[in-house]
Structure formats: structure tokens, C-alpha cells
Write a protein that binds this ligand. Structure first.
Ligand SMILES: Nc1nc2c(ncn2[C@@H]2O[C@H](COP(=O)(O)OP(=O)(O)O[C@H]3O[C@H](CO)[C@@H](O)[C@H](O)[C@@H]3O)[C@@H](O)[C@H]2O)c(=O)[nH]1
Length: 263
């Protein structure tokens, strides 16, 4: 979307070695983009570093929260901050170098014909590099399960590199989004699709983080499994209710220009 004001929301927890290189790469790739670092009281000083970077560069902003409250609430706070300041496009990007800012222009370009552009590791052309095999397996299985349980025609609903038009953010009921962990990604992609949003998957390369450790925990996995299973069951039960009001017309999903069927 040419001429748009773009805000890249970067959630951080203990990313002191990764943050500056990632912001440098972002501004080399998309010089006009602004970045909002949403730090949850990182003990390693990421929040203080973000303040220093913001003092040196007017394109960098910081939202500091007092404690680690999860990826979902961090993004909701970042999206609200961005919409209150009239950014037209909001972007999700990890702080650890897993997402390549050079691929951001492709995500932004995809918004010309879509409301939500998902960076996708699992469409043709997408890749995962150097991730431990068990993480890759978990991610693949999580996506297969999500697709089946929610009848959501996405190859990668759990990824965290995406761009969304501000007006879609305004339409979504983020007050109802209770997901704390990485399930947040599925949660709002699903709500967007059900709300009739035009969703496109854009191939990306995801690489193992540059330094530090993943914040993935077993409770994040359990939350995702429980929530996705619950939503899927509710949806199927609702199908059986007499006089059920038809669900909203689902949005279109495209992958490289082709329409996808619900699998
Ligand atoms: N503010 C804040 N940030 C957090 C929190 N937990 C994690 N983060 C930040 O969120 C980003 C992703 O966390 P990682 O721990 O690096 O995630 P990963 O294991 O590489 O995650 C992969 O799976 C996620 C779930 O599908 C994806 O969202 C992510 O893109 C990637 O594919 C990092 O920038 C990390 O600092 C939190 O509680 N609060």
C-alpha cells in the first residue's frame, strides 16, 4: 500500500542482543516504517535499550509494561497504540531475527488486494531454516490441527510475521481476545477470516533466532490446544442447533493468487 503509514509492532522479552540489529535491518529494508517495541519488563535491559534507541531515532517508539503478560496482550496493546496514532497498516514481527525485514515489502504489497497478509512458511516458496526438528514438527502439527478443527483454510495460521490494514483491526473484537500466548496468532486470524476479511498467504523464510532463547513453554502449547479444540467444538455444536443463524460469510483466502478450499 503505497503512501501508507506503517507501524511495525515488535514484542520483546529478553531480546537485548537482537533488538538493535533487527531495527537496523528493518530501516534498511523499509526506511519509512515506524517501529513500536512493546517490552514486558525484560530483566536483561531490553526496555532500557529500546528507550535509548527511541531517543536517537524518531521512527522508534517504546511501550513499556511492568510484567510479562504474554504475546497476545502485548500485540493488542501495540495495535491500540498504533490505531490511536492513525497508522494505516500494522505489522507483527518478532524481535529475534527470525523474520527477515527484507520480506516486509512483499507483505505490504499484498495488502493492495487484501486486508490481512500472513507471512507463511508452509505455502509453496515458504521455508524454515535451522529450526530444531521438534519445533518444526510441533508447528506443522499445530497447523494441521488448526486447519481441521477450525475449518480454516490456512497453511500457516500460527506465524508471527503479518501485515494488517488498520480498518480491519478496528473491526475485530480485540476485547474478546483472551489468548495469552502464541495461540493469539490463530485466534485473531480466525476471527478475521470469519468476519469476511480478505486474507492472503505470502511465502516467507523463517530462520532460527539470532541469539537468546525462545519463550515457548508447555503452557503456551496447552493453551493453544485447549482453545482451538474448544472453538472447533463450539462451531460444530452450533451447526446442529435448530434455527442456527448462518455464520458470517467467510473471507477469501489466497495463496499465490489461487483460491484455497477449506481442507
Ligand atoms: N512483550 C512480550 N513479548 C514476548 C512475550 N513472549 C514472547 N515475546 C516476544 O515475541 C517474539 C516471539 O517469541 P519467541 O519465543 O522468539 O517465539 P518462537 O519460539 O520463535 O515462535 C515462533 O512461534 C510463534 C507462535 O507460533 C510465532 O508467533 C513466532 O513468529 C514464531 O513462529 C519475540 O520477539 C519475543 O521476545 C511476552 O510475554 N511479552
Amino acid at each position: 500500500m503505497t503512501g501508507s503509514r506503517v507501524l511495525v509492532v515488535v514484542p520483546t522479552y529478553d531480546e537485548v542482543d537482537n533488538l538493535e540489529p533487527v531495527l537496523d535491518r528493518l530501516h534498511a529494508a523499509v526506511p519509512d516504517a515506524h517501529a513500536l517495541v512493546v517490552d514486558d519488563g525484560s530483566p536483561d535491559g531490553t526496555g532500557e535499550l529500546a528507550e535509548e534507541l527511541a531517543a536517537q531515532d524518531e521512527r522508534v517508539h517504546v511501550l513499556r509494561r511492568t510484567e510479562k503478560a504474554g504475546l497476545g496482550p502485548a500485540y493488542v496493546a501495540g495495535f491500540r497504540w498504533g490505531r490511536a496514532r492513525d497508522y494505516d497498516v500494522l505489522v507483527e514481527m518478532d524481535a529475534d531475527g527470525s523474520h527477515d525485514p527484507e520480506q516486509l515489502p512483499a507483505l505490504l504489497a499484498a495488502l493492495d488486494g487484501a486486508d490481512l497478509a500472513l507471512g507463511s512458511r508452509y505455502v509453496p516458496g515458504g521455508r524454515v531454516e535451522d529450526w530444531p526438528r521438534r519445533r518444526l514438527l510441533l508447528s506443522r502439527l499445530g497447523n494441521v490441527y488448526t486447519r481441521r478443527a477450525l475449518r480454516l483454510p490456512l497453511a500457516d495460521a500460527t506465524g508471527g510475521f503479518r501485515a494488517v490494514r488498520g480498518d480491519l483491526v478496528d473491526r475485530l473484537p480485540f476485547d474478546e481476545v483472551a489468548s495469552q500466548g502464541y495461540c493469539f496468532q490463530v485466534d485473531w486470524a480466525w476471527r478475521a477470516w470469519r468476519a469476511g476479511a480478505r486474507v492472503v498467504e505470502v511465502p516467507i523464510t523463517f530462520s532460527e533466532r539470532a541469539s537468546g532463547r525462545s519463550k515457548m513453554t508447555s503452557s503456551i502449547v496447552v493453551e493453544a490446544l485447549a482453545r482451538v479444540t474448544g472453538w472447533g467444538l463450539q462451531d460444530r455444536l452450533a451447526d446442529r442447533l435448530p434455527g442456527r443463524v448462518p455464520p458470517p460469510v467467510p473471507g477469501r483466502v489466497r495463496d499465490g493468487g489461487r483460491s484455497s478450499e477449506v481442507r
